[in-house]
Design a protein around this ligand. Structure first.
Ligand code: SF4
Length: 187
């Protein structure tokens, strides 16, 4: 029993990486390897609509992490009703990064970060600001790097690997406004 308690409080020499999807993980996986930073992936994306899409992105991530022997921690909470009620991108980032930082702190990780930082389509500065808030709230380091340098490279590699690449950001609003809406299928 004492051993278990000791292990729980020991600091892991790895970071917890909030992971929105496998394609966005590809470049960061490569870059963290170059930086000699060990990490576990944490799937917590209750924004993704509909549930079939949520499961498809999670399943793709399961296949990727299994192929490359990465640890995947899954939180399958699905909270679509919040986005139906007018959640904004800032709220969407905050709910996911809050849970990530909290999990990282409670489970002994030395820091946290997010694959949202690779996207050229997300609001990078807002994400940084929220991560800094979480760093203070949970007293855990936020590992920052501007991964956008490798966005195209990562997407090209994801295509080569045959990974499912979604056609919209995630929530119901982004689904409804996707110009590819007619081409989206979950079969
Ligand atoms: S567009 Fe993307 S980041 Fe913004 S609320 Fe929707 S899922 Fe979240």
């Amino acid at each position: 029993m004492l051993m278990t308690i000791y292990a729980y409080h020991m600091k892991l020499n790895k970071i917890l990486l909030h992971t929105c999807c496998a394609p966005c993980l590809v470049y960061i996986h490569e870059k963290l390897g170059e930086m000699n930073i060990d990490f576990d992936t944490y799937f917590y994306n209750p924004n993704i609509h509909p549930f079939k899409e949520h499961q498809k992105r999670l399943q793709t991530l399961r296949e990727y992490t299994s192929q490359f022997e990465l640890k995947l921690i899954e939180n399958e909470e699905f909270l679509q009703e919040k986005w139906d009620n007018g959640f904004k991108c800032e709220d969407c980032y905050r709910i996911r990064l809050d849970k990530t930082a909290e999990f990282a702190k409670n489970n002994g990780y030395r820091a946290f970060s997010t694959t949202l930082l690779v996207s050229i389509y997300q609001n990078h500065e807002t994400i940084i600001g929220i991560c800094k808030d979480m760093e203070e709230k949970y007293d855990i380091e936020f590992l920052y790097h501007d991964f956008r340098e490798g966005y195209r490279k990562g997407q090209d590699k994801a295509r080569e690997l045959g990974l499912y690449r979604q056609k919209y950001c995630g929530c119901i609003n982004s689904y409804n406004s996707s110009k590819f809406k007619d081409k989206i299928s979950w079969d």
